[in-house]
Design a protein around this ligand. Structure first.
Ligand SMILES: [Zn+2]
Length: 150
């Protein structure tokens, strides 16, 4: 999962920011850090080891802004980040296609039997999302439901 994709680092943490901050706030944080770590802005009495670290930080800050400062890459990153968070919170036991679930008229929901004997329940509204992670009503497992197409 952690390959060469843009999700490999927490770019918000690198900018000392959090995901709820808006573009202007993120930009201010980026500018502040970029100035602080910019190789041309270092005073001559900073020890060489420290200079190296600051250059590294500058590169990271710059990368973070390349992703978060662009609407498209930011949205993509936010989505990946959210998926990763969900996965960490609820380990996914299986991937299931909506077609594999049983539509239950009385419940107005899709049901799928968990291996513990419990039930996964996906409401009609939730089924309209592209991908949903649902938890078993009995144990702590969850499944990821994929909808191919409508
Ligand atoms: Zn279960």
């Amino acid at each position: 999962m952690m390959d060469e994709n843009i999700c490999q680092k927490d770019w918000y943490a690198i900018l000392d920011a959090n995901p709820s901050e808006n573009f202007q706030e993120l930009k201010q944080k980026y500018q502040k850090l970029a100035l602080l770590y910019h190789p041309d802005k270092q005073s001559p009495d900073v020890p060489p080891g420290e200079v190296e670290q600051r250059v590294q930080r500058f590169i990271e800050v710059d990368q973070a802004w390349k992703i978060l400062g662009n609407e498209e890459t930011k949205r993509e990153y936010d989505l990946q980040r959210r998926a990763t968070e969900l996965q960490q919170r609820w380990p996914v036991d299986a991937q299931v296609f909506l077609e594999d679930m049983n539509w239950v008229d009385g419940e107005q929901a899709y049901m799928y039997e968990c291996r513990c004997g419990g039930e996964y329940i996906l409401s009609k509204e939730d089924a309209e999302e592209h991908v949903s992670i649902i938890c078993c009503d009995t144990c702590s497992l969850s499944i990821e439901v994929n909808k191919c197409s409508f």
